[in-house]
Write a protein that binds this ligand. Sequence first.
Ligand SMILES: O=C1O[C@H](COP(=O)(O)O)[C@@H](O)[C@H](O)[C@H]1O
Length: 268
Amino acid sequence: MALTWTHKDRGEIRVHENLEELSIDLVDYIAEISEASIKEHGAFCIVLSGGSLISLIGKLIETPYNKIVDWAKWYVFWADERVVAKSHDDSNYKLAKDTLLSKVNVFPRHICSINDTVSAEEAATEYEFAIRQMVRTRTVAASENSDCPKFDLILLGMGSDGHVASLFSNHPALEVKDDWVTFLTNSPKPPPERITFTLPVINSAANVVIVATGESKADAIHLAIDDLPSQESSLSLPARLVQPSNGNLIWFMDKPAGSKLDRFKFSD
Ligand SMILES: O=C1O[C@H](COP(=O)(O)O)[C@@H](O)[C@H](O)[C@H]1O
């Protein structure tokens, strides 16, 4: 059973016994938001990330999820992408395609991936343009309180340095406010060329999930969630800056990732 509580301003926190339990809870949650979004506006606009998150949602191709999810209503986007060929092992698109999208009935035309034949800057511009078109035609909802799309669900992984999507500490991409999608040519984590949703887009979603597993993420989880002195530089850790303005935030983690949370340190 997961240990669950709600932090006054960091959202709901779910600490799972193991990866199997986390994975079942996560795909249950995705199926639930998918059903609710389709009931509400006829589509489910889900945003994926890359990394370890994707294997944790792999159960979506298994029974009962493969049967109960209305795949034809799914529209799939990426919170960040590495600017490499779609056939390259570093591609977040390839990872999701091989693990999930090629095994379920999502329409290929509903899969909104980047143009992998242009520069990072052009890929970001084109990706934002494509999303703007989808907001204009109301496939993707518009946020009521920002000039941003309102995705039904954004799934983020978190690096051990606290990065989410391709938003890294002390990188100018973290400060971008006026664009929906920006680009990097010097990512601290390889590969260097990437595109990423900006913070305002992430914080305009209806639901945001951050997934972190393993002991290597424990320090970043502590800095992203626990109350810190106001002068603490970690207050600008990317994962800590995820604060949906009118949406829900849920943290899914395993015990090793949650092991440095104050709640556990102080209950020893
Ligand atoms: O580079 C990236 O890293 C993060 C975290 O990956 P993880 O393997 O540590 O979970 C990922 O969420 C992001 O999409 C990816 O481009």
